[in-house]
Structure formats: structure tokens, C-alpha cells
Design a protein. Sequence first.
Length: 96
Amino acid sequence: MSSPATPSMGKQARLFRGDTSMAKAAKRLFICLDNAGYEVSLERLKIYVALTDVKAERTGYLRIIDESGEDYFYPRQRFVAADLPVSTRRAVLRAA
């Protein structure tokens, strides 16, 4: 596991690191609206892939593949679901 990109992520990111055994889980797309405190790991208004993690979502987190290429939990309120046409969604996922 790579170390967190920002000191403010530190302990939280390590504690909430996604379980890689779920790597084949369904992928969803979210747009980052707030990257405060996570400037190195997230870019505002960028589309990110989120892996499904029911336990995380129950506690208000999304499992986002961030700029490090790893999946970490981030607070759900920092993102909005990206409702894209199917062809656009496919293109984004291919590029991710």
C-alpha cells in the first residue's frame, strides 16, 4: 500500500483503506466538489471512479480511486454522482 499523499489524510486514509479483495466490484463515477485537505489526492471537478463498498457507504464514505491510483475512503459529501450517457461513461471508464 502506498502512503497517503497528504499529511491530513494520514491515519484516516490508512484506517479506511479499501479491501483489495473487492477489486472487481461495480464501478461508479463521481465528481469531486470539495478537495480541501486532500489537494494532492483529489482534484476539484474531476471525475473519479468509486468502487462499491456497502459498509463504507453506511458510514458516509465512498471508496474512491484517487490520484495515487489506489482506492481510499473519502467523505461522501465531497462528491456528487456523475450521471452520464452510457457512451460517455464507457469512455471515462476506459480512460481511467
